[in-house]
Ligand binder design. Structure first.
Ligand code: C5P
Length: 231
């Protein structure tokens, strides 16, 4: 079963996807981390501003690996796990820029589908339910006001020990939303049939419950379908 959760930065996707994956014993796939890791790798190799033909050849030979360990995606750069170094505002901006390039999207789409083979996956990002997993059994689009999302991002930066100015974070988040929603490739939007949930003012358990209810009804639908095939 695939549960696809999309939405803009700070809408609560990561927290909810991680929580639902834990409840269901599935794999949590953070596709945003994959875009951030590619931005990191291209920046290390001084390839951020290169053209598509060079990118196409360079991407498969980067020393970057995407593996599932302990039911979650682990990203290795030169054999060592990438962590907080991809969580900076600079890498977020670079990730949003390289996410507009078709060689990058094709490269990551292959890895995302490979990682989701033969397992229950809770995948979150911008195009999980529209492009990567259009047949996902559960499709959710999370939103929240930009102000609420910026407040959550500032709190996250503080938890990581990074000082962040609310107004700067709010402007950066709005710019990234605009770029992600208006690009020609896999723009951020709710998929057909996605359930849109505004998470402003809702707690994590409340939103997780909405997703768990959708999972339950998808499971019953599957069971009914199997039953009617067996009749
Ligand atoms: O989710 P996160 O903020 O970590 O994503 C960083 C950037 O990666 C996004 O702003 C977006 O441009 C890009 N991205 C994407 N498609 C995804 C996940 C992330 O284009 N499925």
């Amino acid at each position: 079963m695939i549960i696809a959760i999309d939405g803009p930065a700070g809408s609560g996707k990561s927290t909810i996807a991680r929580c639902v994956a834990e409840k269901l014993g599935g794999v949590y796939l953070d596709s945003g981390a994959m875009y951030r890791a590619v931005a990191w790798a291209l920046s290390c190799e001084r390839l951020l501003d290169t053209d598509d033909a060079v990118l196409e050849r360079a991407l498969p030979s980067l020393p970057l690996e995407f593996v599932v360990r302990d039911a979650r995606l682990q990203i290795l750069w030169r054999g060592a796990p990438l962590g907080l170094e991809i969580r900076t505002p600079d890498i977020a901006r670079a990730a949003s820029a390289i996410a507009q390039k078709s060689p990058v999207r094709r490269f990551l789409l292959q890895h995302q589908r490979r990682l989701a083979q033969d397992t229950l996956v809770v995948a979150e990002g911008r195009d999980m339910s529209t492009v990567v997993f259009p047949n996902a059994e559960v499709k959710v689009f999370l939103t929240a006001s930009p102000e609420e999302r910026a407040r959550r991002r500032v709190a996250q930066y503080h938890e990581q020990g990074t000082h962040a100015d609310y107004q700067v974070v709010l402007e950066a988040l709005k710019a990234r939303d605009h770029a992600d929603a208006h690009r020609s490739l896999a723009p951020l939007k709710p998929a057909d049939g996605a359930v849109v949930v505004d998470t402003s003012g809702l707690s994590v358990p409340q939103v997780a419950q909405v997703v768990m209810d959708l999972v339950e009804s998808a499971k019953s639908k599957n069971a009914r379908r199997k039953g009617s095939r067996a009749d």
